[in-house]
Design a protein around this ligand. Structure first.
Ligand code: AR6
Length: 172
């Protein structure tokens, strides 16, 4: 059984083992969900991120959750959309996959994702949703520790796109 759910909400409120942050390669914070996570986690997060020396696109690095309810924050810079010919699909897959590898390495059973790259980075929503759902499904099929993944959509359009991708790829 694949335990993957799509919900609508604010990921900074998630009471799970790990939330994922749609970061940039500096890991030094920014706008969107990244800004919200940094504000909610407190200044300790900025200090921890500075020690990580950035992160390449499609890779992932982990910090504690500090003032968040989540135990850990897994930071992954997704790709900027440049029209689709610059490996964007593979890089987005890599962001989801490597985030889940980090979750396993930190013994996390429950993981919440935002919609990586579909805000400021302009990745087309429907295509991003299919890549996310397929990657999460493939990972959960072989995972040993992660048992539940949720996609936390901030708005209803994003929620609908992931529900549709879920129906197409997982069924139900
Ligand atoms: N909870 C859940 N989702 C959220 C929240 C929240 N609190 N706030 C925003 N979103 P974006 P990207 C949604 O732009 O496209 C930053 O400056 C948002 O509505 O945050 O990967 C970084 O530092 C959208 O659906 O991330 C990078 O420079 C989704 O999160 C850059 O933006 C992702 O939008 C990364 O761009």
């Amino acid at each position: 059984m694949i335990d993957f759910q799509v919900i609508q909400g604010d990921i900074t409120k998630s009471q799970v083992d790990a939330i994922v942050n749609a970061a940039n390669t500096s890991l030094l914070g920014g706008g969107g969900v990244d800004g919200a996570i940094h504000r909610a986690a407190g200044p300790e997060l900025d200090a921890a991120c500075r020690k990580l020396n950035g992160c390449p696109t499609g890779e992932a690095k982990t910090t504690p959750g500090f003032r968040l309810p989540a135990k850990y924050i897994i930071h992954t810079p997704g790709p900027v959309w440049h029209g689709g010919q610059q490996n964007e699909a593979q890089l987005l897959h890599n962001s989801y996959w490597h985030s889940l590898v980090q979750a396993e390495q930190h013994q996390c059973e429950t993981v919440d994702f935002p919609s990586i790259s579909t805000g400021v980075y302009r990745f087309p929503l429907d295509q991003a949703a299919e890549i996310a759902v397929q990657t999460i499904k493939d990972f959960l099929t072989q995972a040993t520790i992660v048992r539940q993944v949720r996609l936390v959509a901030f708005d209803s359009v994003t929620k609908q796109a992931y529900m549709q991708a879920k129906k197409k790829i997982i069924g139900g």
